[in-house]
Design a binder for this molecule. Structure first.
Ligand code: ATP
Length: 551
């Protein structure tokens, strides 16, 4: 092989190595070039592991039998007594960073060729001579060895070593190969670190999002005076928070006094509109014409007394929230106007021919059965469907008794208005409050406690005697169903009559003396109810007349 060919080969390899970033492909190039240059029968590359304890054969080409995979073939750098293993020619070359050339392995007593013979057996090969070049980077760090086997000898056999003119180029090849292998490994490590970092980054981002949503949830704008941590109320708050981000209309449903207005306010506070106004209007409180001018405003001269233009509540709520309480009682004429506001965002002031655009979110509330009203033609279907996009039902207090203790605490603190100590409750009074069914819901509890706080002497606890007779007249649910301990003498009809009177009275108290309500609960007609009230002379405490008329 001429010098020119050698250098051309080396140049080509250098170019290839510079381009190749995959370690395996690079090893194959190095072996090819080494075989061409040395004309050896086989070549292999061994590299040191991270801890420099073993040499691993990572690639070989013996008479065309190749492998570029990490194989199990490995040689220990240290012997059992942890001294460097200098008997094996490869570990000797790597430990001393010197070239080893053995022309005949059967006649080289200084070395142990056990590993070579073992691997020969595995591939049915016979190694005669071996030349091992250390793979050293920058003349400092040895990362492995290049092993050439069966170099040609002058006699045409394979007992040769590297001819002198090839030693130098071969060492050049080894040092290029060492640098390229190290760089490719660094590149692969970098890639895997980048992938690892990417995965860690993704995990961090997920964790961050989780923490942020947790923080957002704990930064909930729920006002402090909005009490409720029972499961039914948690569900309500969850729905509110879900809907808060959008501007869809919300319909709050629930009995009177359950806190619908407070919820409406909370919806507003949780939304992006919280910087603008929250405006509430009770639709049952005003006659139609007044309600219209209140809601939509008027222009000067629209009616007697309209001395100047006046904006309506919708204008005031621009950018914010308009709460329409008792929407079920909205007069039919106005329902069409509210529908237009909902659909187009358009309003027209009383007396004006011009329409204006406003941006308001509508939250409506009702304690009546809108579906029944719709059936009776008292509530527009289109408005119903438009309002009922996101209904939230606020449960009655009797369905969330676990909220009662905190509500009691809250209202008693409120009742003293920051003056003096909050009154205590006797166990009996607390028991009574916990057992009551609250037809008037939270508002009723609030009223009971405000009254009791006034009645109790300062410094004295609130007892049963400070609670309304309507509620102390009751025993608990079980007692109501159990037979009384004393059954009066008499015939069955009169005994049952006495119980009937007691039951009717109890139901009336429960319904706040609303006869129709009590009749409905007892599933009797109102006429039967009135008859029985007269028969048993039942009347509301404090009422003078006979109970035959309307409530
Ligand atoms: N969860 C609550 N925490 C504290 N106070 C409450 C709560 N719910 C209701 N209240 C109080 O009860 C009273 C009635 O509440 P609100 O007016 O919001 O009820 P509502 O359902 O809108 O009643 P209505 O249907 O009669 O208009 C208010 O004084 C309110 O402060």
């Amino acid at each position: 092989m001429s010098n020119e060919t050698i250098y051309e080969d080396l140049l080509e390899l250098t170019i290839r190595l510079a381009k190749e970033r995959r370690v395996e492909a690079l090893l194959v190039h190095v072996l090819d070039a080494a075989l061409r240059l040395s004309r050896a029968e086989g070549a292999a590359i061994f590299t040191l592991d991270r801890l420099a304890r073993h040499l691993h054969r990572v690639c070989f080409n013996y008479r065309g039998i190749t492998s570029a995979n990490h194989s199990d073939a490995r040689i220990s750098i240290y012997d059992k007594s942890l001294a460097p293993n200098l008997r094996d020619p490869a570990t000797f070359a790597v430990s001393t960073a010197t070239l080893v050339g053995v022309a005949d392995i059967d006649n080289a007593p200084g070395f142990d060729f056990g590993v070579i013979r073992e691997s020969d057996k595995a591939i049915n090969f016979r190694t005669r001579s071996v030349t091992i070049l250390p793979l050293t980077v920058d003349g400092e760090e040895t990362i492995g060895v290049l092993q050439l086997v069966n170099l040609p000898d002058k006699a045409g056999g394979f007992a040769g070593t590297l001819p002198k003119p090839v030693i130098h180029p071969m060492q050049g090849l080894a040092s290029h190969a060492a640098a390229a292998i190290r760089n490719a490994r660094l590149f692969e490590e970098n890639q895997s670190l980048i992938r690892q970092l990417g995965r860690m980054n993704e995990e961090l981002q997920q964790e961050n999002t989780r923490l942020m949503s947790k923080a957002a949830a704990s930064k909930s704008k729920k006002p402090k005076d909005l009490i409720g941590d029972s499961t039914p109320m948690e569900k309500v708050f969850d729905l509110i928070e879900r809907a808060a981000g959008s501007s869809i209309p919300i319909l709050l449903r629930g009995e009177t006094g359950t806190g619908k207005e407070m919820m409406a306010n909370y919806i507003h506070l949780s939304s992006s509109r919280s910087g603008n106004a929250f405006v509430a209007q009770n639709c049952a409180a005003l006659p139609e014409s007044l309600l219209e001018s209140e809601l939509f405003g008027y222009i000067k001269g629209a009616f007697t007394g309209a001395l100047a233009n006046k904006p309506g509540l919708v204008h005031e709520a621009h950018g914010g929230t308009l709460f329409l309480d008792e929407v079920g009682d909205m007069p039919p004429g106005l329902q069409a106007k509210v529908l237009r506001l909902l659909q187009e965002g358009e309003v027209r002031r009383v007396g004006s021919t011009k329409t204006e655009l406003v941006d308001v979110r509508i939250v409506a509330a009702t304690n009546v059965n809108l579906e029944e009203k719709m059936e009776r033609g008292e509530f527009r279907k289109d408005l119903y469907y438009r309002l009922n996009v996101f209904p939230i039902v606020v449960p009655p207090l009797r369905e969330r008794p676990s909220d009662i203790p905190r509500l009691i605490d809250h209202f008693l603190t409120e009742a003293i208005g920051g003056c003096g100590d909050r009154p205590e409750l006797t166990g009996e009074a607390l028991d009574t409050l916990l057992r009551w069914s609250y037809p008037g819901n939270v508002r009723e509890l609030k009223n009971i406690l405000e009254r009791a706080a006034l009645l109790a002497n300062r410094g004295q606890p609130i007892g049963r005697e400070h609670l309304p007779v309507e509620i102390t007249g009751f025993r608990d649910e079980e007692a109501r169903h159990a037979l009384p301990t004393h059954i009066p003498d008499g015939d069955l009809k009169s005994i049952v009559g006495q119980y009937e009177a007691l039951v009717i009275e109890a139901k009336l108290r429960e319904a706040n003396w609303n006869q129709s309500h009590a009749a409905r609960n007892l599933k009797v007609s109102r006429r039967t109810m009135v008859e029985k009230l007269n028969r048993y002379s039942i009347r509301r405490p404090g009422a003078a007349d006979a109970p035959t008329s309307k409530e």
